[in-house]
Design a binder for this molecule. Structure first.
Ligand SMILES: [Zn+2]
Ligand SMILES: [Zn+2]
Length: 263
């Protein structure tokens, strides 16, 4: 069974030529979930040959612009391309007001149903979505605005144990998330900074590469994927070196990369 994520944007805050803002398209045997939708995500969907209308579910981590400013444009394009299928959007409280305001003042008529599911829980990891292929859970992260990580779990088929993919950005170092990400097959964690910028990371409630690797180690994750890379890192080697010293099985996300969730 296919279970992989395509990186649409791996940068932090400001899009650059090398890294766009946050976005990933997850494919579980043909079912498509979009994780975050930073500016220009719809263009990245086309550049990396993802199918716009195949997206059934969108999970937004938080309402900082680099994680959802691409959503109005994406929805407008879905409409213009003739979408009739409903779309489910999970995001912190405020998403419905933001989107409905933009849609209304732009005079845009959306010809398909959008179901906004606003998250406000401050602990635990409730099941938020389920179909015949997967389950999706949300859990709170530690950031300057309400922020949620998402855990995508495939449903068991045959003798294979179900694989799990956890997507956690943006967040400061917090061991509160360990119960939710324990033993995941692939753990995507933000790594905006390295140790050199530990003070700024703490102030802005982001992680360093070493902190992300420590969480992966403590969670007993199988593989770590670093994303949300600050534009100050033209080359990712300092981040990778710092993380692999603690957790060797670490990758750094790059735009366009397709990363399989291994058993
Ligand atoms: Zn961000
Ligand atoms: Zn943020």
């Amino acid at each position: 069974m296919n279970f992989y994520t395509t990186i649409l944007g791996s940068g932090a805050a400001i899009p650059t030529a090398a890294r766009h803002c946050s976005g990933q398209a997850v494919n579980i045997n043909g079912f498509r979930i979009l994780l975050d939708c930073g500016e220009n995500t719809q263009t990245q969907i086309r550049v990396f040959h993802q199918r716009l209308q195949a997206i059934k579910l969108i999970c937004i981590t938080h309402l900082h612009g680099d994680h959802f400013f691409g959503l109005p444009g994406l929805i407008s394009s879905m409409h213009l391309c003739g979408r009739k299928e409903p779309l489910d959007i999970f995001a912190p409280t405020g998403i419905a007001q933001a989107m409905q305001t933009l849609i209304e003042i732009s005079g845009c008529h959306i010809d398909f149903e959008i179901c906004y599911h606003e998250l406000s829980h401050t602990e635990g990891n409730p099941l938020i979505f389920e179909n015949n292929l997967c389950r999706v859970y949300s859990f709170p992260l530690l950031h300057s605005v309400p922020t949620y990580g998402y855990l995508i779990e495939e449903k068991p088929r045959g003798k294979n144990p179900p694989r799990r993919y956890a997507y956690c950005t943006d967040t400061a170092y917090t061991e509160n998330i360990l119960p939710y990400i324990e033993q995941v097959n692939l753990l995507c964690l933000e790594s905006t900074f390295n140790n050199e910028y530990a003070q700024i990371a703490a102030e802005k409630l982001h992680c360093t590469a070493a902190q992300a690797a420590t969480l992966a180690l403590k969670a007993n994750a199988k593989q770590l994927l670093l994303t949300h890379i600050s534009a100050r890192f033209k080359e990712p080697e300092p981040l990778l070196a710092e993380a692999t010293a603690i957790f060797p099985n670490t990758l750094i996300a790059s735009d366009g990369a397709q990363i399989e969730v291994h058993y």
